[in-house]
Design a protein around this ligand. Structure first.
Ligand SMILES: Cc1ncc(COP(=O)(O)O)c(C=O)c1O
Length: 400
């Protein structure tokens, strides 16, 4: 019998070699208690959280928590059904209304995760004989959406407007085309040149989908994302987002002004063939989204945090993913996985949690320590974080 697990042998060996040095498993951390959006107890000790996607710190917002509790009492723990059968409650409709108001768009469709939103929308709207033109550094859920459908896939170099234009020019002019972009690329925290990319896409007759998972709530005048910040939101056909980051719960969505959008509720398999979100989750999401409409002060503070951390890490001698802070993600580039894992553990011992990211999730085979800031991090906490990076960096030889 051929062992179907033999394909994982190299990964198992690499993992065992890393853990045999006595290193704490960076992919198995348990948060024993979570005290706030920025502090948890890990291995019995107070740990500052700098590796969550809780950008706007909504997880402990009293109104959000109260809405979830009330929905749990009034509607029970789950819907036990698909959105198209018994799984649409009043709360799902209210959540979609909140999204329409947040984006000032005509249609909103809530999925059970952001992953499923990409899977569903991409695989459903781009069919046989259509083309999907996507940034090569796209998120796994975008690639999986492509794999689930049967359109032709045309990747182009990361954030390269000319490469996108060249690819578009080579495609049959009459063919259906969907250009898929992200507002913020989550590994390095860099933003896309959406203004130029949307313009060349439209000139080539393509529809445009932008995944704003890491920018919704934070970037743009009203927190609508990078497309809003760069003034092209009205030219974007579909915006994908998630509730698992700035919104502070779980779920995904697509918003659009396309007049035929609602038909997707009947033909999009990852929407139809899965259970809908629990009432407590959509209640927390709707409340959070409505509060994010008035989140200007939080957005400003998060930008301050991002600038302070970026400048501080640079001054300490770390190599960062972007020259300037472009989002709430600051990526620290490590020389290799061993050093990255050692630095990750040293930070944890200091009382700081960051994300260790490695290939294949990262571009160019990089090992990264990804720092995601929160609007609830105080100025003092950012100072503490920099002190921890300095101590861990020196202890591991990552900086002098
Ligand atoms: C760019 C991007 N899109 C989609 C998702 C999926 O979101 P969710 O966690 O809601 O499945 C993520 C999650 O990390 C992401 O980074």
């Amino acid at each position: 019998m051929a062992d179907l697990f033999s394909k994982f042998d190299a990964l198992i060996e690499q993992r065992e070699a890393l853990l045999s040095t006595g290193l704490t498993d960076p992919f198995n951390l348990v948060m024993e208690r979570v005290e706030s959006p920025t502090v948890a107890i890990c291995n019995g000790r107070r740990t500052i959280l700098l590796g969550t996607y809780n950008y706007m710190g909504m997880t402990f917002d009293p109104d959000v928590v109260a809405a979830g509790k009330q929905a749990l009492d009034e509607f029970g723990s789950g819907t036990t059904g698909s959105r198209v059968l018994n799984g649409t409650y009043q709360g799902h409709r209210e959540c979609e209304a909140a999204l329409r108001d947040f984006y000032a768009m005509d249609h909103a469709m809530v999925f059970s995760t952001g992953y499923q939103a990409n899977l569903g929308i991409i695989s459903t709207i781009a069919g046989k004989d259509d083309y999907i033109i996507l940034d090569i550094d796209s998120h796994a859920s975008i690639y999986d959406g492509c794999a689930l459908g049967n359109a032709q896939i045309v990747p182009f170099r990361h954030n390269d407007v000319e490469a996108l234009e060249k690819r578009l020019r080579r495609l049959p002019p009459e063919a259906g085309k969907l250009v898929v972009l992200e507002g913020v690329y989550s590994m390095l925290g860099d933003t896309a040149p959406l203004k130029e990319m949307v313009s060349v896409s439209k000139a080539a007759g393509a529809m445009v989908l932008v995944d704003e998972a890491h920018s919704m709530g934070f970037i743009g005048e009203n927190g609508r994302g990078v497309a809003e910040a760069q003034g092209v939101i009205d030219d974007v056909d579909f915006i994908i987002g998630t509730f698992s980051k700035s919104v502070g719960t779980v779920g995904g969505f697509c918003v659009s002004n396309h007049p035929k959008f609602e038909i997707l509720r009947l033909v999009c398999r990852p929407y139809v063939f899965t259970a809908s979100l629990p009432p407590s989750v959509v209640a927390t999401a709707a409340t959070s989204i409505r509060k994010l409409m008035h989140g200007r002060a939080k957005r400003d503070h998060l930008w301050e945090n991002s600038k302070r951390l970026h400048a501080g890490l640079k001054a300490l001698g770390f190599t960062l993913g972007t020259d300037e802070p472009q989002s709430a993600i600051i990526a620290v580039i490590m020389p290799d996985l061993e050093k990255g894992a050692a630095m990750w553990e040293a930070l944890l011992h200091e009382g700081l949690y960051v994300n260790l990211a490695r290939p294949p999730a990262t571009p160019a085979n990089m090992t990264l320590l990804r720092c995601s800031l929160c609007a609830e991090h105080t100025e003092e906490q950012v100072g503490e974080i920099l002190g921890m990076f300095e101590a861990a960096g020196r202890a591991t030889g990552c900086i002098n």
